[in-house]
Design a protein around this ligand. Sequence first.
Ligand code: 5GP
Ligand code: SF4
Ligand code: MG
Length: 466
Amino acid sequence: CGIFGVLGTKEAANFVALGLHALQHRGQEAGGIVSHDPEMGFNSARRFGYVRDNFTSQKVMETLPGPLAIGHVRYSTAGSKGQTAIRDVQPFFGEFAMGGAAIAHNGNITNANALRRELIERGSIFQSSSDSECIIHLMARSLQRNIPERMEDALRRVEGAFSVVAMTRTKLIGVRDPLGVRPLVLGKVGDGWALSSETCALDIIGAEFVREIEPGEMVVISEKYGVQSHFPFRRQPSKFCIFEHVYFSRPDSILGGRSVYETRENIGRELAKESPVEADLVCPVPDSGTPAAIGFSLESGIPYAMGIIRNQYMGRTFIEPTESIRNMGVRLKLNVNRALIKGKRVILVDDSVVRGTTSRKIKEMILDAGAAEVHFRIASPPTAWPCFYGVDTPDRDKLLAATMSEEEMRDHLGVDSLKFISLDGLYRAVGEAKGRDKACPQYCDACFSGEYPVIPADKIDDGFVM
Ligand code: 5GP
Ligand code: SF4
Ligand code: MG
């Protein structure tokens, strides 16, 4: 998901709508905005679909007045599966002892089922099926005397991955979990402030990138006191999601002080060094494979070409929640550039193989178009484990790499060769010259390594074996 918040500008909700539009790649199912105005109080709007279709009309934006607003774009990983219900669309808002608060959450709470059971037993009334709603109820029950402290209280009980943007009547609050699994950055916009999942959304509103919120940090921002920072959790080595670098974030964002685009190009270079192959063309599977394909081409000297053309009016296929839509999605979204491909030995570069749906379809399309050979190079290691921290990977038995070796996957996909970047190669590409520190990995890479930095308690209750 994508989260964004603004304090201290006129019509903050308009800025939030723009920010969410720039974060649309992080979630396309639904979006919501909550604003606060001294006279009009809290207001909210939640809608299915794209930001640009919902939060651009004056009619809607007029209902969200005030100098303070937060928003969320949703991609369902927890809560209602298949089809998002409007009640699961964030931000969540609640009114309790200290006044109202709204929260927008990116990540996944790994002990949400247990918390929910406990809260319901103690009388909480849940409005949604979302894990994120627990935070509001825990805040309502806290005995602390102000909302930021109640939020600290609440988040100390929460396990898993959370980047949160929240607001009270006068404050904008940003928090990252102690491991810093999901991103969150701080920006300055005129006299006001912005919080965003990624820097690309600061750019769109002309905000200046100030810094990242640190793992385990909470910032409380008010017009009166500016940015106040503290660290409410026990300090731990950070475990930022390495897959943000590979796929999830936009290439024009800066993560951990590194350009995502550059990292992806590095991944392509590493791949070319690790798994070279003779061929005529390097083609990306657009858009997610593009920077890595450019890197592969630069390193290998094999020309880069657009062998597959993407229909710009389709969203991210993976993010469509049901299997049948996903199956169609590949064809709706991608088409082969036949004139270019015919008779050529083609290297296809994609970011990941999850179920193998995309790669299989693309191989068929490329062979149909008369390619002489098809070689897949993948910009991440085999995805053999599900993510429980906010990326919607399917159950383990649906992951190709969970049950097949690289050879078996190659046969299954029916391609001439298939190579994934090594874990160490990926770490080198993100700037870790010595590769992955086995004793204490510098990132979360659980979907590739099976080493989960936070025990997924709910999943283990459900029978998941680590
Ligand atoms: P597959 O078709 O193998 O199931 O999925 C791989 C494709 O899904 C890749 O092209 C990748 O760009 C895309 N993708 C979109 N969202 C995600 C995600 O959240 N996780 C992973 N691993 N791949 C994703
Ligand atoms: Fe990111 Fe994978 Fe870790 Fe999930 S399991 S947070 S996708 S690295
Ligand atoms: Mg893709």
